[in-house]
Design a protein around this ligand. Structure first.
Ligand code: GDP
Ligand code: IMO
Ligand code: MG
Length: 466
């Protein structure tokens, strides 16, 4: 192999700014280079700004506006109607259809997968995961049950028969397990969209992920694997069961594309200057703790705006600081519109994610959002059930097996923040910001190659490792 794949991985709970990171790299790629998605489906929401227009991609790789080939890999789950809708977002003068291909091994999300997802979440009540409701978990479940429909199936005459049979199986489960009767009228509508999507999918180039990636690597071309979600949402190594249903970590690139681990190079790890999380599950550094978790579960953005028209970033009540950061960072789910829970950066979890992904380079996003704070906090270690855990003298802080079963008290280091906005400092970082960035680099043991200072591609301060 002449080159290796570069995974771009979110190191937290998703929404770290992976889309922008991929788009930035993509703008420097050639037509022989490759950008691939290797897992997840339209539960992802990757936001990029292109020519001053904001796009949110759920299935299409964020490098679509560059010259590189883009590929929906074998490890993905694909909702055909969602893909079709998304393709319409792309301006007509952008001939991306010639550059996009899909793996025949990718799993299809069918309409009843969405019903299963929402109905099973409702049944869980307070124990819900907080899924995006896009049918991701039932789609992957069908893969392991060995009854899933795959993209390659759509070219065979028995596809409709197979589709009907799987739909019937889902309907039976819905009825027997969840006492839920599928409305035929509703199903008809979504089926019509589904088959429109299938027609679109048929018009795309089919390409074997493994073959395509191998060829690109042998030719010395660049291959970027765009991660969706984040390391802490990995189905095995995230905070189970509050996870997504795929392998979001760099190793997922191997199984998601059918390539050996040795072809995977160091990852670029994307981390936010604070942390956000959508959905349920433990969040040790959450601003406002349980109060925030409940608030974000129940409230809509508009209700929050009415109740807190001018939240204060320096409020004494951390719950309100959390709201102020959410407002400043526009932290609303790109896929579901839910409030993203906010908290301080968590070093033990970041170290866990960095090690697991071999993240050899880091990108720190949204530092600008912290402008206006007097102090910035970073959790350096935990006190678990009253005992000090990890700590400065230890190289790795161990993450407990199940964060929900222990009482965690984060211990923070406080940093003085800068005055004014980050953008006031042009292409340099104010000394206070630099202290924070250098602390992160040293503690995390990897260089921060650039710092995000705004949503657009050029809103960055480039850095070099010294
Ligand atoms: P992804 O899922 O990891 O691609 O991230 P999302 O797109 O869901 O969320 C990241 C949000 O932050 C998007 O709205 C981006 O436009 C925005 N963003 C990315 N980097 C920066 C940054 O450095 N500063 C600011 N203010 N916004 C950013
Ligand atoms: P990007 O790629 C943030 C979360 C959901 C829920 C859990 C399971 O934009 O970073 P699922 O629908 O996958 O069964 O939901 O995972 N989740 C995400 N959170 N960003 C994402 O994607 C996410 N995709 C799923 O909120 O808690
Ligand atoms: Mg997102």
């Amino acid at each position: 192999m002449k080159t290796k794949i570069t995974p771009i991985i979110g190191l937290q709970w998703g929404d770290e700014g992976k889309g922008k990171g991929v788009a930035r790299i993509a703008s420097g790629l050639s037509a022989k280079d490759l950008i691939v998605r290797f897992q997840g489906g339209n539960n992802a929401g990757h936001t990029i700004w292109h020519n001053s227009v904001c796009y949110v991609f759920h299935l299409i790789p964020s490098g679509v506006f560059g010259k590189a080939q883009i590929h929906l890999g074998a490890g993905m789950v694909i909702n055909p109607s969602a893909l079709f809708e998304e393709s319409k977002m792309i301006p007509k003068n952008m001939p991306f259809l010639k550059r996009i291909s899909v793996s025949p091994h990718a799993i299809l999300t069918i309409p009843t997968h969405l019903t299963l997802d929402t109905v099973s979440e409702k049944t869980r009540g307070k124990k819900k995961i907080g899924s995006t409701g896009k049918g991701i978990s039932p789609s992957y479940t069908d893969l392991t049950l060995r009854r899933a429909l795959r993209v390659g199936d759509i070219f065979f005459a028995d596809f409709e028969k197979k589709y009907k049979s799987l739909t019937e199986e889902h309907k039976t489960t819905l009825k027997k397990v969840f006492s839920y009767e599928v409305s035929n009228e509703e199903l008809k509508k979504s089926e019509q969209k589904f088959f429109e999507g299938i027609k679109f999918l048929k018009s795309l180039k089919l390409q074997d992920s493994s073959e395509m990636v191998n060829e690109a690597l042998l030719g010395g071309n660049k291959v970027i694997a765009e991660g969706a979600q984040g390391a802490l949402l990995d189905v095995r190594f995230g905070h189970y069961p509050f996870v997504t249903s795929s392998h979001t970590i760099a190793s997922g690139v191997g199984t998601g594309l059918g390539i050996p681990p040795s072809y995977i190079g160091g990852a670029i790890g994307i981390l936010k200057a604070y942390v956000t999380k959508v959905g349920e599950g433990p969040f040790p550094t959450e601003l406002g703790g349980e109060r925030s978790a409940v608030w974000c579960r129940d409230k809509k953005y508009i209700e929050e705006e009415i109740e807190f028209p001018f939240p204060d970033l320096n409020d004494k009540d951390e719950f309100e600081v959390g709201i102020a950061i959410r407002r400043a960072g526009h932290e609303i789910g790109a896929t579901t519109g839910r409030l993203r829970r906010t908290g301080w950066i968590d070093i033990p979890l970041l170290k866990y994610a960095i090690e697991m992904n071999n993240a050899t380079e880091l990108v720190l996003t949204k530092l600008d959002v912290l402008s206006g704070l007097k102090n910035i906090k970073a959790c350096t270690h935990y006190i678990i059930n009253g005992h000090r855990h990890g700590g400065a003298s230890r190289k790795t802080e161990k993450i407990p097996f199940d964060l929900s079963r222990v009482k965690i008290k984060p211990v923070y280091k406080t940093f003085k923040a800068w005055k004014g906005k980050l953008s006031d400092y042009g292409t340099k970082l104010p000394s206070e910001a630099l202290t924070y960035v250098k602390f992160l680099e040293k503690t995390l043991g990897a260089p921060i190659i650039y710092v995000g200072t705004g949503p657009e591609e050029h809103h960055v301060v480039e850095r070099y490792w010294k």
